[in-house]
Design a protein around this ligand. Structure first.
Ligand code: OKP
Ligand code: ZN
Length: 342
């Protein structure tokens, strides 16, 4: 299986994040990608290729032009406001507040285009996020060119980012951008399976009213875990998309044995839907050693996950999402890819 990766993705290198009422060392860091790269090379998974550069319009197929422009212009505006350190949003237009006015102040813009305070922005965040989206687009293009599988080593991750907002360490929705690219290039039915520990609220929302991109997600119950406000079992799509979203929220402490039935159900949905391609949002934060998560996967369980996904039998691209136990991240990730490849 080919891997797509660009060094530009390492340029987003946050030092700190806001978490538990404190500034703590950031967990979504370049070392994550470097560890996965190292293991890919050690275990000779396949060639590692650089992404092609896709036009901005590929990203604008799922993100609003004003949001993309905000991210592009963010750092110059931030520094023009006299700030030099990492940025964090802190005020949001929640219920009763307006989003239809033209905001000048950078703090107003930051809140308008974000969902949380836990996502640091820096000088190189835009270029890294853009390279991450290009990585996913290039993996999608590999499937279109006839490959049976591909791995997009994306970072920063994407599945919390929505049409016009960042959050949860995510800026562009890499899996969503890739799925739309597959749709725009001749494939009619795409499935996205999100196995990150956290619900992929951004991805779900992007395609909630569409039957052409099925969204399935298995994750920690949002009543107990981030992102709290989406990912419940009664969310099944709307309008033409009714029935084309499915969520399996699972309790904290879930291990492989209690996860497997949900995975079987998701695979049954895939069997019925018969996608022409599958995009797997591959978070590795269900791992027992993950510092911010509450599931109990062992490293070997990731081999089984890969094996089960291979049985679905459709061209599949994997898009890296979360996973913060850096020492085990390469092993867990490559276990999925090798399990899949057999
Ligand atoms: C991104 B991805 C813990 C704070 C956690 C947000 C987690 C984002 C996860 N105290 N903040 O889905 O792995
Ligand atoms: Zn996650």
């Amino acid at each position: 299986m080919k891997t797509v990766f660009s060094e530009t993705q390492l340029a987003h290198a946050p030092a700190q994040e806001i978490s538990d009422g404190e500034l703590k060392p950031a967990v979504e860091i370049p070392a994550r990608a470097e560890m996965v790269l190292k293991t890919l090379k050690d275990r000779q998974v396949g060639d590692i290729v650089a992404p092609e550069e896709f036009p901005l319009r590929s990203i604008q197929r799922v993100h609003s032009p004003d949001y993309v422009a905000f991210l592009e212009n963010f750092w110059p505006m931030w520094t023009a406001a006299g700030r030099s350190g990492e940025a964090f949003p802190f005020v949001w237009p929640v219920r009763s507040l307006r989003v239809d006015t033209k905001i000048n102040h950078i703090d107003g813009l930051l809140g308008r285009y974000s969902m949380d305070a836990g996502t640091p922005l820096g000088a190189h965040t835009y270029e890294a996020a853009r390279a991450s989206a290009d990585t996913a687009l290039t993996a999608a293009q590999l499937l279109l060119n006839g490959e049976q599988s591909a791995f997009a080593l994306c970072r920063p991750p994407g599945h919390h980012a929505g049409f016009d907002f960042l959050g949860g360490y995510c800026f562009f929705n890499n899996a969503g951008v890739a799925a739309q690219h597959l749709r725009d290039n001749g494939l009619n039915r795409i499935a996205i399976l999100d196995v990150d520990y956290h619900h992929g609220n951004g991805t779900q929302a992007l395609f909630y009213d569409r039957p052409d991109i099925l969204f399935l997600s298995i994750h920690a119950d949002p009543k107990d875990e981030y992102p709290y406000y989406l990912g419940y079992a009664d969310e099944t799509g709307e309008h033409a998309g009714t029935g084309f979203t499915r969520n399996w929220p699972l309790p904290l402490g879930t291990d492989w044995d209690s996860y497997a039935p949900a995975l079987e159900e998701a695979c049954r949905w895939l069997l019925v839907y018969k996608p022409e391609a599958m995009v797997v949002s591959l978070g590795l934060d269900c791992f027992e050693g993950d510092p911010i998560s509450g599931f109990k996967f062992k490293s070997e369980d990731y081999i089984r996950l890969g094996e089960r996904l291979a049985k679905v039998g459709v061209p599949t691209m994997f898009v890296l999402e979360g996973g913060y136990a850096v020492d085990a991240l390469g092993t867990n990730c490559v276990n999925v890819l090798e399990g899949f490849s057999g």
